[in-house]
Design a protein around this ligand. Structure first.
Ligand code: HEM
Length: 507
């Protein structure tokens, strides 16, 4: 499993790097797949409402009403129909890449199991939504879908009478058609909204909208596609004839070739087996242990910055229990904490400039990598530095592997997330023998722990608490965030060398 993930991650990384050459980094669509999917759903909803105005929800009227939209009112309803179809296809593509990316980047296990587990049924809902949509056109493709679906349903032993013959003889009733329309227009969308709300309910501060430029670009692409290749129907249904299918939508209707070639039993088996496998993935080896953050009230001022910064809403402020003046204290919900350490970086009492002759304690920190252990590691590495242009590099486990930068003049410290770095640590290292500090981390817009690199940048530029003190010489501090690919490693090497050359030794 680990080997599969590593290989997949390499593929995803190289695709992302290719896109980073064509897009500004913050607009890379791979970094906004969840919000892009929401955006595609908006297009589907708005275009769907428009075409519903002209759509006849009965067997005889459905096909002619869709033909009217496509040919007579092509300039508006036709375009809306095409947008409806292409945005639905785009949503499936973005959902699948989103899913594979979360898996390859190892963001589906441990406490993240919930988002993964609740994501899987959305696949079924979205696909069934698409299938019912194709059904409503009531052309030969719809008839093919109806027949193959009936075969699938007939295979289930509990269903009493065979449905297949109804669809072959075109004996479909208006009532049945209305049921399909209800499912497509209301039942399934409402279920999907509920499921998506559950899916993201354990994640805090979600940006449901992609960056504006990316949204406009995606919309214009879909619009251009709608104009160049408008969505059209197949021939109308002919009673007693098996439909001839020329164009299958592989994003939504891929189960039907399976029914045709292997039979309904295999189609159920393959789809069900794939779904079960996906749902069980978070518990398959190797299992991920979690070691959540711990609060030390003796060091906590109750400021609440840790709760504000937590990317998973795992910290809540509760009434103080230790009789101190502060009103509140942080409480960690272990089932939500991903152990990123961002809270530790956001706590003012994590400053290594405190308690210089004693064990450093913070108001909130990771028991397996305390701020004292971090200060000790930094202290030893500073002592071992030699030569000129001595730099300490703080990296994150999920970005560039900073160990590749080690040299006599360069010490490296790898953190679970760059957000774990208290800004005062920069002050500390510059006072204790380093000529400069380089802070690395995941690429912009792509933090493994969602906000680590954003919060770090804001702390260093003074936009977010705890701020880097103004006394720190900014020419001795630099940030450069890249992924762990070979090309970017070389780029980082060059950046580091240029930074080192720019540094004058401290007095
Ligand atoms: C209708 C389809 C879906 C939509 C609209 C959607 C949307 C989102 C959004 C907006 C987030 C939050 C991203 C962030 O702010 O960091 C998210 C997180 C996540 N999604 Fe989905 N998702 C969908 C389907 C899926 C599927 C099918 C899976 C996998 C089976 C999945 C797995 C995950 C996981 C594991 C996370 C959590 C990542 C983390 O912990 O940082 N999603 N999704």
């Amino acid at each position: 499993m680990d080997a599969l993930r590593r290989t997949g991650n390499k593929v995803i990384l190289s695709l992302e790097l290719m896109l980073n050459r064509g897009f500004p980094e913050r607009l890379n669509p791979f970094y906004h797949l969840g919000s892009l999917t929401f955006f595609f759903f908006w297009i589907v909803l708005i275009s769907g409402i428009y075409i519903f105005i002209f759509f006849e929800t009965n067997v005889a009227g459905a096909y002619p009403s869709v033909e009217y939209m496509t040919h007579q009112q092509w300039w508006m309803a036709g375009i809306m129909r095409s947008l409806h179809r292409y945005a639905s296809d785009a949503a499936v593509i973005s959902i699948f890449i989103h899913m594979f990316r979360e898996f390859f980047r190892d963001r589906y296990r441990g406490v993240r199991w919930f988002s993964w587990f609740t994501g899987v049924p959305t696949l079924w809902l979205v696909v069934i939504l698409g299938i019912t949509g194709y059904w409503l056109v009531w052309d030969q493709l719809a008839q093919y879908v109806a027949l193959a679906t009936a075969e699938l349903v007939d295979w289930i032993p509990l269903i009493p009478s065979a449905m297949v013959f109804n669809f072959l003889d075109n004996q479909i009733t208006d009532r049945f058609f209305t049921l399909m329309a209800f499912l497509h227009l209301l039942g399934l969308p409402v279920a999907l909204v509920f499921l998506l709300w559950t899916h993201v309910s354990r994640i805090s501060q979600i940006d449901f909208n992609p960056p504006r430029a990316l949204a406009i670009g995606s919309f214009l692409t879909l619009l251009a596609l709608s104009l160049v290749k408008p969505a059209v129907s197949h021939a109308p249904v002919q009673a007693g004839h098996s439909p001839v299918i020329l164009h299958l939508d592989w994003f939504y209707l891929n189960v039907y070739p399976l029914v045709d070639t292997l039979g309904p039993g295999w189609a159920w088996g393959i789809s069900g087996g794939f779904t079960l496998l996906l749902m069980m993935l978070p518990w398959l080896p190797s299992k991920k242990e979690n070691h959540p953050a711990r609060v030390d009230l003796t060091q906590c001022s109750g400021c609440g910055q840790c709760a504000l910064d937590c990317p998973y809403g795992s910290i809540s402020m509760q009434p103080r229990t230790d009789g101190k003046k502060a009103k509140f204290e942080p409480t960690v919900n272990d089932t939500l904490c991903t152990a990123c350490g961002i809270c530790s970086g956001s706590c003012v009492s994590s400053s290594p400039l405190r308690m210089s002759n004693a064990t450093l304690k913070s108001g909130i920190e990771m028991p397996w990598f305390t701020v004292d252990a971090l200060r000790q590691e930094v202290k030893h590495k500073l002592a071992a530095l030699s030569g000129t242009g001595r730099v300490i590099v703080f990296g994150c486990e999920h970005g560039l592997d900073v160990n590749s930068l080690k040299a006599p003049e360069v010490a490296v410290v790898s953190l679970p997330c760059s957000g774990m770095l208290p800004p005062s640590m920069l002050d500390y290292v510059l006072k204790n023998g380093a000529d400069g500090v380089l802070v690395s981390g995941c690429r912009d817009g792509d933090c493994y722990h969602r906000f680590g690199n954003t919060w770090t940048e804001q702390r260093l530029t003074g936009e977010r608490e705890p701020k880097l003190l103004t006394r720190v010489d900014r020419t001795r501090v630099t940030e450069f965030r890249v992924s762990n690919s070979r090309g970017e490693r070389d780029e980082m090497g060059k950046r580091l060398e240029a930074f080192r050359r720019s540094l004058q030794p401290t007095a």
